[in-house]
Design a protein around this ligand. Structure first.
Ligand code: MG
Ligand code: ZN
Length: 177
């Protein structure tokens, strides 16, 4: 029996987008996020964080910083994700081991594929939500529905077609229809 999955972008979707956030003290959870995650979990969804963190490849912070922020976020939310996937890579990186093309930087689907396999998720009942087009499109080839929210720094992009205001609106819409 497979489960529906909610693939969640972090910066600009669950928390305020602070450029290259690596200090847990600067985490600001956006309005309605804890309640929305609990509603998804109550509806049977596995909660999967999927976050591009190219600051690692760029040498701005380390994977340990990413882990510390994710740990602090879970404490603030009062829940634990069913899985956390982060992409530390970037083709223009300066840290050699991370400076490469990869299959996991969104919009590539690698993080979603790994979670689908590990957690036995049903792509057709799953969705991804993020504040960028690259989030919403990461599940396209897998049949995972994509939603874009206007809660991030790209809120004023002219191409915000079909976006919803925030995570709470996405969850209401998705669970309601
Ligand atoms: Mg984002
Ligand atoms: Zn990657």
């Amino acid at each position: 029996m497979s489960h529906p999955g909610a693939f969640l972008d972090r910066d600009g979707t669950l928390i305020e987008d602070v450029h290259h956030l690596h200090d847990p003290a600067r985490i600001r959870v956006l309005d309605g996020v804890p309640e929305s995650l609990l509603a998804l979990r109550a509806a049977g969804y596995k909660l999967v964080l999927v976050s591009n963190q190219s600051g690692v490849a760029r040498g701005i912070f380390t994977e340990a910083h990413v882990d510390a922020v994710n740990e602090a976020l879970q404490r603030l939310l009062g829940l634990r994700f069913d899985a956390i996937h982060t992409c530390p890579h970037h083709v223009d990186g300066v840290v050699e081991v991370y400076a490469r093309a990869c299959d996991c930087r969104k919009p590539a689907p690698g993080m979603l594929i790994r979670a689908i396999e590990a957690l036995d998720l049903d792509p057709s009942r799953s969705f991804i939500v993020g504040d960028r087009r690259s989030d919403a499109e990461a599940g396209l080839t897998l049949g995972v529905r994509g939603y874009r929210v206007r809660s991030g720094p790209t809120a004023n992009d002219p191409d915000h077609v079909g976006s919803l205001p925030d995570l709470a609106a996405v969850v209401r819409w998705h669970l309601g229809g």
